[in-house]
Design a protein around this ligand. Sequence first.
Ligand code: C5P
Length: 244
Amino acid sequence: MSVQTNIAERIMVALDYPDAAAAQKLLESLRGIPCYMKVGMQLFYSAGPQFVSSLKEQGYKVFLDVKMHDIPNTVKGGSESVTRLGVDMFNVHAAGGKQMMEAALEGVDKALAGGGAAEANRPIVIAVTQLTSTSQAVMNEEIGLPGTVEDAVQRYAQLAQSAGLQGVVASPLEVTRIKAVCGSGFVTVTPGIRPAGAAIGDQSRVMTPAEAFAQGTDYVVIGRPITAAEDPRGALEAIIQSVE
Ligand code: C5P
C-alpha cells in the first residue's frame, strides 16, 4: 500500500449535504481516492440507510456520525440497527454515561450474534467528548460542568475507555493529552481541520492536516475545505500531498 493510500484512508470527508444526489456528485469527483466517508445527521436524516448501503457498495469505509444520546435501551437498539447497516464506525455521547456506552456495545454484539453482519464487520464505537463548539463559559454556565474543557474531555475519554469504547472524537489540540492518559491505541478522530490559508468558518481552534497527524491523531475529519472547494478533487489531493 502506498503512503498516499494510507493517508487517504485516514482522511474522513464530511458529507454534509442535504440529499443523496448532492453527496453523490462529490463522490463522482473524488472517485478512486480511498478516503473514509463521514455521514452526519443532515444526510442520514434525509438519505438514510439506503445511502449508507450505496457508499458501502462503492467500496468506502463509513463513519456514521449520529452522536447517539438516549436511555441505554434505546441506544442499544440504535447501535444494533446501524451495525446491521454495515457502518465501519459510529459514535455516541460520552455525556450519556457509562451504562449507555456499554449498551451501545451490547447493541453491536446483538447485531453480530443475530447474523445481521459478520464479526469481521464489527464497527469501531467512539464517544463524542465535549463538542469543539462548546466554550468554557458555555460549559460552566449553561451546561453546569465546572473546570476546563480540557479536563472535561479527559474525563469523558477515560469514561468512554472504561466502558469499552475504542476512541473519541476530539479537537486535534487534545490528542496528546488523550493519548497520554488512554494510551496510543485509543483512537482519536479530529475535526476542526483547515489546510493552510483555508477559510475557518465556524470552527474556532483549528490545525492543518499535517499538524493534526503530527500530534498523533488517527483520523482527520475535513468538510468544507473539500466540499465547498471549486475543485474538490484538487483540494483533497493537495491535502494528501501536504501530509506526505
Ligand atoms: O466543514 P468542516 O470541516 O468544519 O466539518 C467538520 C465536520 O466535523 C462536520 O461534519 C461537523 O459536524 C463535525 N464535527 C465537528 N466538531 C465536533 C464533532 C463533529 O466539527 N466536535
